[in-house]
Write a protein that binds this ligand. Structure first.
Ligand code: SER
Length: 629
């Protein structure tokens, strides 16, 4: 079965079971400054899992674009991707374990055609300290399902020490069978939601002798040992708890959050043991073979995988409707790293013709444009940014590698640590992201002084990039009072910009913390002092009118007809939530948005624009605050 068929079958299967099919959200989180990227299907849905009403109802299904920058260096092991699609279905306080596990099993076995004898599952072993029991309910459901499929299903504890034995269902603890955006219960910040989960694995076959050849060979093989025999293909999370100051409390509803990697489901359905061997990478790998003058993927798997994965990821980040430009900060830095790392591995394959990354990008766009129309829409931008970034780096790469070799030679003998100054030099003069220097160093058995590098960077007054790029640090998509106010202020700001600068203005992204609002919008050229003043005054004038904020649910066509602004990632016919500021003839703004917002804008204080500057070509960035005297 092709990936396209699987994606469609999955959506249909859950549609037939009462789920609304919703489009993938943008890869860039909205109003959530706690992470750089959307890395799971549930992330844009957190408010609804926590209890807000979703306009499309209590059952949703989609295929969500995800990006995990934490996996950049994992790529090359046959099963990790930075960019991937997560098939997801959700119940917001509607159906629960019984339906979820049955439907999932049915989908995988009957629709995808997987062999039930090769399916293994895990469940939560419980944790007395947080008052959550062993998940015997899921075990019973799984046992029944396996029985119906004619497969014996014994459940065992302690697989890490005793192996899988003749078991089918295994209990694991907080580390493996609890899911939240920040991991196990102990790592969750107050306010974060999560719960026990049940993972589903596929047996790629003992004949592969994976375990005997792995670094785990002295330990028993079990589904989570990562030797390569088993691969996780999906995870049903039963989100029902919220972390509090003193432990956990039950959410007001019991939710299901299922996520399954399309790449992996496709891989096992095609009876492969490698995500790169699926149709999702075929054309891309062929192109790389061609560019390298006929080198074979099977003989250079790591380099091929890095290039294929990274250029695909970069394409999706640049091609997002909130398109990211390669740069030295935040998401832009990740795109830069992806392209530069691909270029370096391209060199290893002997690809030297300048501009080659663009040719790969073109294949990615072609492969995906039917499903993700934004890639075609933003094609020009993707191709020109890819080319620019590659060229910038190609100019200095050769010299930089020479310089690196020279540095390595000197320190090889004694210190074995590349100094902060040298790392900085490679960064500043040759465009080497520090991670690249680290990687090159590791290959030679050296280390780098990253603290020293940071100091150098600060000394040179560069904006130091987000250190733990992509890691989830904060709590719940922050809905504290301060951010909610700033969120509403962002709606006022967008409308004021449109009235002062013109209707061509639309939002390109926003990032809100408790202290300030950062807002990107498209507009050519700097705003004059007068324009800034006008915008500021207009927002403050509305605040002084003490307007109410209300919401209405309608379908997308209706919202557009009423002139609502917003990032239109929604599909035709889909129901959306529109936030309206003001009433009747005093309506100031209508914007499609998930919320939350203040109920009345009287308490927004005084709106002040702190800064206005360029963010990328054709995109301006405003930093603004609300002042309370
Ligand atoms: N949130 C869960 C995961 O990412 C399931 O969707 O695994």
């Amino acid at each position: 079965m092709t990936s396209k068929e699987i994606r469609q079958k999955y959506l249909n299967f859950f549609k037939e079971r009462g789920h609304a099919v919703v489009p993938s959200a943008s890869l860039i989180p909205e109003n959530d400054s706690s992470s750089l990227f959307i890395s799971s299907g549930m992330q844009p849905l957190v408010p609804y899992l926590a209890g807000e009403n979703h306009p499309e109802g209590k059952r949703l299904v989609n295929s969500q674009k995800c990006f995990r920058s934490g996996d950049i260096e994992e790529v090359g092991d046959n099963r990790h991707n930075t960019f991937f699609e997560m098939l997801g279905n959700w119940s917001f306080g509607d159906y629960f374990k019984k339906e979820q596990l049955r439907w999932l099993f049915e989908f995988l076995v009957k629709e995808v055609g997987l062999d039930p004898k090769r399916i293994y599952v895990t469940v939560y072993s419980g944790n007395k300290k947080i008052g959550v029991e062993k998940d015997s309910e899921s075990v019973e459901i799984w046992q029944e399902l396996f029985k119906e499929a004619g497969v014996e299903a014994k459940d065992y504890d302690n697989a890490e020490e005793k192996g899988i034995r003749d078991g089918r269902i295994f209990y694991y603890g907080d580390e493996k069978n609890w899911w939240s955006r920040s991991g196990k219960p102990a790592d969750m910040p107050v306010g974060e939601i999560g719960g026990p989960d049940s993972e589903i694995f596929y047996d790629l076959g003992t004949d592969l002798k994976k375990h005997e050849n792995s670094k785990w060979k002295d330990k028993p093989c079990h589904v989570n040992c990562d030797c390569g025999r088993f691969i996780e293909i999906g995870n049903s999370v039963f989100i029902q708890y919220k972390k509090t100051k003193d432990g956990f409390e039950q959410l007001k509803q019991k939710n299901v959050d299922f996520g399954g990697g399309l790449e992996r489901v496709t891989m096992v359905s095609q009876n492969e043991d490698n995500v790169f061997e699926t149709d999702l990478f075929e054309n891309i790998l062929n192109k790389i073979e061609e560019l390298s003058g006929g080198k074979k993927y099977r003989e250079h798997t790591r380099a091929f995988e890095v290039i294929a994965d990274h250029l695909k990821g970069a394409c999706f980040l640049m091609g997002d409707d909130k398109g990211i430009t390669p740069s030295n900060v935040d998401q832009g830095y990740i795109v830069r790293r992806l392209i530069r790392r691909a270029v370096r591995f391209g060199r290893e394959l002997g690809i030297n013709n300048i501009g080659w990354t663009k040719d790969v990008a073109e294949i990615v766009i072609n492969d995906y444009k039917e499903i993700y129309a934004e890639l075609e829409k933003n094609k020009k931008f993707i191709l020109s940014e890819t080319e620019k970034e590659e060229k910038k780096f190609q100019k200095t790469l050769k010299k930089g590698l020479k310089e690196f070799t020279a540095i390595a030679k000197i320190i090889q003998v004694k210190v074995k640590i590349i100094s902060g100054e040298d790392v900085f030099k490679l960064y500043q003069s040759y465009g080497f992201p520090i991670e690249m220097t680290e990687e090159l160093a590791t290959e030679k058995g050296l280390r780098v002084d990253s603290a020293g590098f940071k100091k150098e960077l600060e000394k040179h007054q560069e904006l130091s990039r987000t250190a733990s790029a992509g890691k989830f640090k904060g709590g719940l998509a922050d809905s504290s009072e301060k951010t909610t106010r700033l969120h509403t202020a962002a709606h006022l700001l967008l409308e004021a910009l449109r009235r002062v600068l013109g209707e061509h203005v639309y939002q390109r992204g926003s990032n809100i913390t408790a202290e300030r609002l950062r807002f990107d919008f498209n507009h050519d050229g700097k705003l004059s002092d007068q324009e800034k003043q006008k915008v500021e005054d207009m927002v403050n004038e509305q605040i002084s009118k003490k307007l109410d904020v209300t919401t209405q649910e309608m379908n997308l066509e209706e919202a557009k007809k009423q002139g609502a602004t917003g990032i239109f990632t929604s599909k035709y016919g889909e129901k959306v939530k529109v936030y309206i500021i003001g009433k009747d003839e005093h309506i100031f703004s209508r914007e499609i948005c998930g919320g939350p917002h203040v109920e009345n804008i009287s308490n927004l204080g005084k709106f002040k624009i702190k800064k206005e500057k360029s963010s990328s070509a054709g995109v301006r960035r405003i930093k603004a605050v609300l002042e309370f005297s």
